[in-house]
Write a protein that binds this ligand. Structure first.
Ligand SMILES: CC(C)(COP(=O)(O)OP(=O)(O)OC[C@H]1O[C@@H](n2cnc3c(N)ncnc32)[C@H](O)[C@@H]1OP(=O)(O)O)[C@@H](O)C(=O)NCCC(=O)NCCS
Length: 145
């Protein structure tokens, strides 16, 4: 299994399947996907299939005092590839990229169901639980780089 940089378009099918209940790919495009400061990473199996994705955006959060921060978004691993360390490796690739851009903080709106995944990688809860419409309950989480 390899972690590599992929294009925004290559993230869409896994985003749809894992994060948007199979919605059309056109509804799985996020603001900033094609920005020059954005990076997308994929976990690629031996057949070349992308089985895990994450995206990293230069984006500050009004709830945080830090600037030049990066947001982790669209973190997804294919169902049959979970629990094998791919998510953690993708997150780490995103953090390395943010660090290489001199960011001191990375953050995410973590699904409440995935909080254990983020805390396992050193993220701290930074808000009360809140609801993102049509998606569900989340917490803001942060990690100092
Ligand atoms: C959350 C998700 C990305 C984790 O991917 P994964 O490839 O299974 O994660 P890993 O195997 O790298 O797990 C890393 C560690 O986190 C733990 N972990 C993973 N998911 C967890 C969860 N939901 N709750 C608690 N702990 C979790 C693992 O047990 C593992 O622990 P270890 O290092 O002690 O063995 C994956 O379950 C997924 O795609 N879920 C659906 C979409 C989603 O919720 N995405 C996050 C949106 S914010």
């Amino acid at each position: 299994m390899k972690i590599k940089t992929i294009t925004a378009d290559e993230t869409l099918s896994l985003r749809s399947e894992v994060l948007r209940s199979g919605k059309p790919l056109s509804q799985c495009v996020f603001e900033g996907d094609k920005a020059v400061t954005t990076r997308h990473f994929g976990a690629v199996d031996e057949k070349g299939t992308i089985v895990g994705v994450v995206s990293v955006y230069l984006k500050d959060n009004p709830l945080l005092k830090q600037t030049n921060t990066y947001q982790i978004r669209a973190m997804a691993t294919a169902t049959n590839y979970r629990g094998k360390g791919l998510g953690k490796a993708l997150l780490s690739a995103g953090e390395d990229y943010a660090e290489s851009q001199d960011a001191e903080l990375i953050w995410a709106n973590a699904r409440s169901t995935a909080m254990g995944f983020y805390t396992n990688s050193g993220y701290k809860q930074a808000s009360k639980e809140f609801i993102i419409p049509e998606i569900g309950p989340h917490f803001l989480v942060t990690k100092v780089l």
